[in-house]
Design a protein around this ligand. Structure first.
Ligand SMILES: Nc1ncnc2c1ncn2[C@@H]1O[C@H](COP(=O)(O)OP(=O)(O)OP(=O)(O)O)[C@@H](O)[C@H]1O
Length: 267
């Protein structure tokens, strides 16, 4: 995936501009920033759901397009209606055979694949329960399984750990990391909180106040870089491999406790 000179603007308000970022197969990019900084919009650009104001966006060397099988997407969590007429395994099966131009895969193969995906996210026990009756965290694990079903080249994750308990946060983030390392998917992981994925992150894209920085966690997550981005003094403290950002401006509802970072340009 590659953005060149990318800018996004709503009305007079520029979310970001002149953004250049490339992501290689097997690389894990965390996208951080306060509420409203344009993290979800960044994913929507890659999904072909949001047009850039300037610049270009490509996936696999081609302009972004909607509905690409190359892309897996874990959306920001919304609950299914209580009466949604789908069982957990039906939802995952949609990812496996949902787009085969009408050519249904052999049902035994589909079933085995669905079982494998349900096992991956620890959802086998509730495979037959209607999705609307599941907890938020249980539903979220199914979305992860569905997104992995196509073996995507690019996996886009919008706050995928929200509403998961600590065990499942660890399980889901490890799973996404495995997809990245073993299957060579490029991962874009939008999060408020870098610590749960800090050991997996190769690079950080930090968006704030219409500007950005891209780089390794060590480069980006520093007192100097974040103070510059926020235009206000913040302190980045590292302890036991975790990162805590202290003194974020009041307007920043964004708490985080985050990772390292690396700098390139940004602004
Ligand atoms: N289609 C649109 N038209 C106008 N404004 C929009 C549109 N989409 C997003 N915005 C605005 O752009 C800003 C960035 O939104 P976005 O959802 O990308 O932020 P975010 O960083 O993901 O925030 P959060 O952390 O709260 O999820 C918000 O102020 C939002 O209201």
């Amino acid at each position: 995936m590659s953005l060149r000179g990318a800018g996004l603007q709503f009305g007079q308000r520029a979310l970001w501009k002149d953004l250049d970022v490339d992501l290689r197969a097997g690389e894990f990019l965390a996208v951080l920033g306060p509420n409203g900084s344009g993290k979800s919009s960044f994913l929507k650009v890659l999904l072909g759901l949001q047009r850039l104001h300037s610049g270009t966006a490509t996936v696999g060397g081609r302009p972004v397009e909607r509905g690409s099988r190359k892309i897996g997407y874990i959306p920001q969590q919304k609950s299914f209606a209580a009466d949604t007429p789908l069982r957990a395994r039906d939802l995952v099966a949609l990812g496996v055979d949902g787009h085969r131009w009408g050519l249904r895969l052999n049902s035994r193969i589909v079933n085995e694949r669905v079982d494998g995906l349900l096992d991956l996210v620890g959802a086998r026990d509730y495979a037959k329960v209607p999705v609307g009756q599941l907890s938020g965290g249980e539903q979220q694990r199914l979305r992860v399984a569905q997104a992995l079903a196509t073996e995507p080249e690019l996996l886009l994750c919008d706050e995928p750990l929200l509403s998961l308990d600590l065990n499942h946060q660890q399980a889901v983030s490890a799973l996404i990391n495995r997809q990245c390392r073993e299957r060579n998917s490029a991962v874009v992981f939008v999060t408020h909180e870098i610590n749960p994925v800090i050991e997996y992150v190769d690079r950080v894209l930090y968006l704030a106040g219409g500007r950005f920085r891209v780089g390794t966690p060590e480069e980006v997550m520093t007192t100097e870089v974040l103070s510059d981005l926020y235009n206000s003094h913040v302190e980045v403290i590292r302890a036991n491999g975790r990162i805590v950002v202290v003194g974020l401006p009041d307007a920043t509802t964004h708490y985080h406790d985050d990772a390292h970072s690396g700098v390139e340009e940004g602004h």
